[in-house]
Design a protein around this ligand. Structure first.
Ligand code: F6R
Length: 242
């Protein structure tokens, strides 16, 4: 696991975008894995700049998001699909039919999960995956205790995750109890991974990730077994290490 240290969130976002764009530019038809939450927002702003200021076209890019809440439609402003449209897809030229987010409204959730896996496979796998780190060590919505063998599945969210994400639900909605998430094996199958870790509230989780043995109790520790992971962390996130 490679560790890139940055001074602050802005530098982290720029570095993350640079690495992602380097990979995208090298491939004819890149397939990228995307995350939501607070951490990648700055990186998405940087990607928009590549499109708007440098005219870079995302027409050949395909994307797969890590997760989506069950019971929230794309139009619901608390859904991750809405987040992606709002923070990235509406501002670049990626064709929306190539930008996949799990369907949290699917009637048959198991079928939605297996079809999502199939779609990733048909695209030739994910070339580069963006991840954030949960305070409890989750990646995607794979909460502590999730099997390392897991594939895209329905997950019951931990209380700590629902609390951590409550601030996004400004319009009074409650954080749903369940989500669809790419599994840990799905994430491990991606060819390259960028893990972004920012802020004092992640300092303990980052320390755990870097120092703990590999355990399903702290899902992100599995990343030690992946052969191409770059962790980008800012000073605040590194504060318990130094
Ligand atoms: C989001 C996701 C989660 C977040 C993690 C950190 O798609 O899969 O694993 O990356 O919960 O969230 P933030 O960035 O809000 O601290």
């Amino acid at each position: 696991m490679k560790l890139i240290k940055t001074e602050d969130y802005q530098e982290l976002s720029k570095k993350g975008a640079e690495l992602l764009m380097k990979e995208i530019k090298e491939l004819e038809q890149p397939t990228i894995g995307l995350a939501t939450g607070s951490t990648p927002e700055g990186l998405y702003k940087e990607l928009i700049k590549y499109h708007q200021e440098e005219n870079y076209s995302f027409k050949n890019v395909k994307s797969f998001n890590l997760d989506e809440y069950i019971g929230l439609a794309e139009e619901d402003e608390n859904s991750y699909h809405y987040y992606m449209n709002d923070k990235l897809f509406n501002h670049i030229d990626i064709p929306l039919k190539q930008a996949y987010v799990p369907d949290g409204m699917a009637k048959d959730l198991d079928l939605e999960c297996s079809s999502y896996e199939e779609r990733i496979e048909k695209s030739g796998g994910i070339d580069i995956q963006l991840l954030g780190l949960g305070v409890n060590g989750h990646i995607g919505f794979n909460e502590p205790g999730t099997s390392f063998d897991s594939r895209t599945q329905v997950i019951t969210l931990d209380k700590s995750t629902r609390n951590a994400n409550a601030h996004f639900f400004s319009s009074g909605g409650e954080v749903p109890a369940q989500a669809i998430s790419m599994g840990i094996q799905t994430i491990m199958d991606t060819k390259k991974i960028i893990l972004l870790v920012s802020g004092k509230n992640k300092a303990h989780a980052l320390k755990e990730l870097l120092n703990r043995e590999i355990t399903e109790e702290f899902p992100a520790t599995i990343l030690h077994k992946h052969n191409d992971v770059t962790v980008i962390a800012d000073e605040d996130a590194l504060s318990e290490l130094e």
